[in-house]
Structure formats: structure tokens, C-alpha cells
Write a protein that binds this ligand. Structure first.
Ligand code: DP6
Length: 383
């Protein structure tokens, strides 16, 4: 018997600052967006998706185990389309082999964070390597979930909407790598509250059909913003970068508000965060930080490393979160935060009841997919 093919990878989440919201005509199955989008890839530490694949000749069908539970992949069209694409683009002798896939996310359940981006990206990267396929990892991940394609690369990543009906020019590329602007830090304030009731998939469908803002967003707003934010990143101009990120986040919320029926992802806490960050930036006279929201209540933030201890102290002065609820990639930075004494002028910036975040996460700009040694596989070797 030949040695089984074994692959293990980790993939990070990414957070968009120019949002993907809408699939173009006929692009529902292949996941072809109406506009380009732009994101920062987070580090795989502390949170990531990990996937191991073993290709076997003696398995009856493909199997996927997700966080210890067997998935019904026959009835999951997006997984089927990923598997179909892999087999159409791999050497003939590998195509008949069945894939035994084990996947795991280590996001705390309370984080309520979408794992589909990192999950589909890890799955795709593992399958491409195992099947020795010629398909681009980002393109394959896109078939699972649009935003997943951007997790394939590190740094600042563009997902190009492409023009072709078959999606062959609809993929992600790296704009600059994680070393280009390492001062940029990402945080996520996980806010207590209800789970979102409208998935992004159906929310964006509704918005495209009904929000009067969508045509202009697609035709002019996003193309102009893409150009402006590229320039800000190239110049490492955080003030301009932050302004654009907040504007695009505000626009997404406005698109949701003008969708029929109205979609509401933000909660009172989300709005309080927006007011707080605006007040802080106003007091500083420039954008020290930026907020951005996806299809959920949690507040993602960008800031520079030098400002992060003050930002955390300022956040804690309004949302008094314990240090145990802080999940930092960088322990030394957490230590600096603990020691930081916040000037009194940054206390009481908004009138809002003090309550803790569920948790606060910190990550630098990360490197994208990481292939791991087989000793880290989630699938034991057969005796
Ligand atoms: C608000 O990638 O989850 O996070 O392609 O239908 O799976 P599908 O949607 P998904 O949408 C993410 C939307 C967003 C913005 C973004 O990440 O760009």
C-alpha cells in the first residue's frame, strides 16, 4: 500500500475595511461579488481554523469532521462545489481518492465570530496541497464563502471582483505583505448581545435588490475608495486609512438600514463604540483609531502599536473589562496596557452605562495560510 497523502494547515480570519456586500447577476453559486474589497489578515494566534486532510483509496466517500461533529457534506452545496473544483483541477490519479477531513476552530464560542472565512480558507489550502491541484487557493476558498478568499494571503489583501462569468479572474491578491506596515494592529471588542438573525449571504442579496444606495456604491463609491485607500496604505498614512475604513463601515450600516426589510446588525453597544471612538479621535485632533463592523454587533478596530496601550486604557475606562477577558497575540503589549495611566481628559467621553466587553482581542497584521508539520495533524496515523 502506498503512503497516504497527509496535509495540515492553519488559516486566519481577515477583516475588511472596504466591504464585500452583494453578488453580481448570476454570481450566486460561484460567489462573484459586485465590487472589489480590501482587508487586513489577522495572525493565526490566538485564533485560527486548522484543517487536516488525509487522502485514502479505501474510504467510501469524502468525510468532514468539524469541531468533533461529522458534517453532512452531501447536503452542503458549497463544500460540494469546492470538492468538485479540486477534482477537476488535479492529476488524474488523485481525483478518485477520497478525502478524510478534520477541521477545528479555536474561537471561544462567546466570541460569536464568523469562522467561515478562516474555515473555508484552511479547507481549500489543505485540499489544494493534498490533491496537488492547479487551482488558486483564494479562488477555491471563494467557492466556500466569498470573504474566505482574502484569508489566503497575509498583509493587506484585495479581492478583485473580476469580469468573467466563469470567475477565473475573481480572486484575491496581496497588496502589501505583513511586514510593510507592521505598526498597524487589529482589535475586536466582542460585545454582549443577541446573535445576528440575518446571514450575510441573504442580507446582501436583499440589499442588492432593495437598497437605493447599492448602484452608486458599486459604480463609483467603492472604486474611488479603493484607489484612495491604496494610496493611504502606500504612504502609511493612518489618519487617511482610518477615515476611509470608518466611512465604508458607516456606509454598510446605512445600506442595511435602507434595505427592505431593514437589516440591523448593530446594537446599542455598537453605537456607543462608534460614538466613543469618534469622541476620542476628535479630542486627539486626528484619527488615532478606526472602527469597522461586519454583519454583526462586534466592533473591530485598527490602531497603531504606539497608541494601543492608551486606546485599551481609554476603552476600559468606558467598558471596564477585566484583564482575564483580554486575548492578546502579544504578551509584552498586554503588559504595556496594564501599566498605562490614562490622562483624566479621556475618561467620560460618552454618556453610556459602564459595562464590560465579553472579550477584547488583539492581533498584529498576520501572514495568511500556514502549512504545518504532520506532527501537528488532527488525524492520528493508522496503526
Ligand atoms: C460583511 O463572505 O460571509 O463580512 O460569500 O455569502 O459566504 P458569502 O458571504 P460572506 O460575507 C461577508 C460580508 C462582510 C464583509 C466582508 O467581509 O467583506
Amino acid at each position: 500500500m502506498s503512503t497516504p497523502i497527509r496535509v495540515t494547515v492553519e488559516a486566519p480570519i481577515n477583516i475588511a475595511f472596504i466591504k464585500y456586500w452583494g453578488k453580481r447577476e448570476g454570481g450566486e453559486e460561484l460567489i462573484l461579488p459586485t465590487n472589489d474589497s480590501f482587508s487586513i489578515t489577522l495572525s493565526t494566534k490566538p485564533f485560527r481554523s486548522k484543517t487536516s486532510v488525509v487522502l485514502c483509496g479505501d474510504l467510501a466517500e469524502d468525510e468532514l469532521w468539524l469541531n468533533g461533529v461529522k458534517s453532512n457534506i452531501q447536503e452542503t452545496p458549497r463544500i460540494q462545489s469546492v470538492l468538485k473544483c479540486i477534482r477537476a483541477n488535479c492529476p488524474a490519479e488523485r481525483a478518485p481518492l477520497k478525502a478524510y477531513i478534520v477541521s477545528e476552530n479555536n474561537f471561544p464560542t462567546a466570541a460569536g465570530m464568523a469562522s467561515s472565512a478562516s474555515g473555508y480558507c484552511a479547507l481549500s489550502a489543505a485540499l489544494v496541497k493534498a490533491f496537488d491541484a492547479t487551482v488558486d487557493v483564494s479562488m477555491l476558498a471563494r467557492l466556500g464563502s466569498g470573504s474566505a478568499c482574502r484569508s489566503a494571503y497575509g498583509g493587506f489583501v484585495i479581492w478583485h471582483k473580476g469580469e468573467k462569468a466563469d470567475g477565473t479572474d475573481c480572486l484575491a491578491t496581496q497588496f502589501v505583505d505583513e511586514k510593510y506596515w507592521p505598526e498597524v494592529q487589529v482589535m475586536c471588542a466582542v460585545l454582549k448581545g443577541e446573535k445576528k438573525d440575518v446571514s450575510s449571504t441573504s442580507g446582501m442579496q436583499q440589499s442588492l435588490k432593495t437598497s437605493p444606495m447599492m448602484p452608486e456604491r458599486i459604480a463609483t463609491v467603492v472604486p474611488q475608495r479603493m484607489a484612495a485607500v491604496k494610496e493611504a496604505i502606500q504612504k502609511r498614512d493612518f489618519n487617511a486609512f482610518a477615515e476611509i475604513a470608518m466611512k465604508d463601515s458607516d456606509d454598510l450600516q446605512e445600506v442595511c438600514r435602507t434595505t427592505e426589510p431593514r437589516i440591523q446588525y448593530a446594537t446599542e453597544d455598537s453605537y456607543a463604540m462608534i460614538r466613543l471612538i469618534r469622541a476620542f479621535n476628535a479630542k486627539k485632533g486626528h484619527n488615532v483609531m478606526a472602527y469597522t463592523f461586519d454583519a454583526g454587533a462586534n466592533c473591530f478596530m485598527f490602531t497603531l502599536r504606539k497608541d494601543l496601550p492608551e486606546v485599551v486604557a481609554m476603552l476600559r475606562a468606558h467598558f471596564p473589562t477585566t484583564w482575564e477577558q483580554m486575548f492578546f497575540h502579544d504578551a509584552a503589549l498586554l503588559d504595556e496596557c496594564r501599566k498605562f495611566a490614562l490622562p483624566a481628559e479621556y475618561v467620560g467621553l460618552i454618556d453610556y452605562p459602564k459595562k464590560p466587553f465579553e472579550m477584547l482581542l488583539q492581533s498584529p497584521v498576520g501572514q495568511g495560510v500556514v502549512y504545518l508539520d504532520d506532527s501537528e495533524s488532527l488525524i492520528p496515523h493508522q496503526a
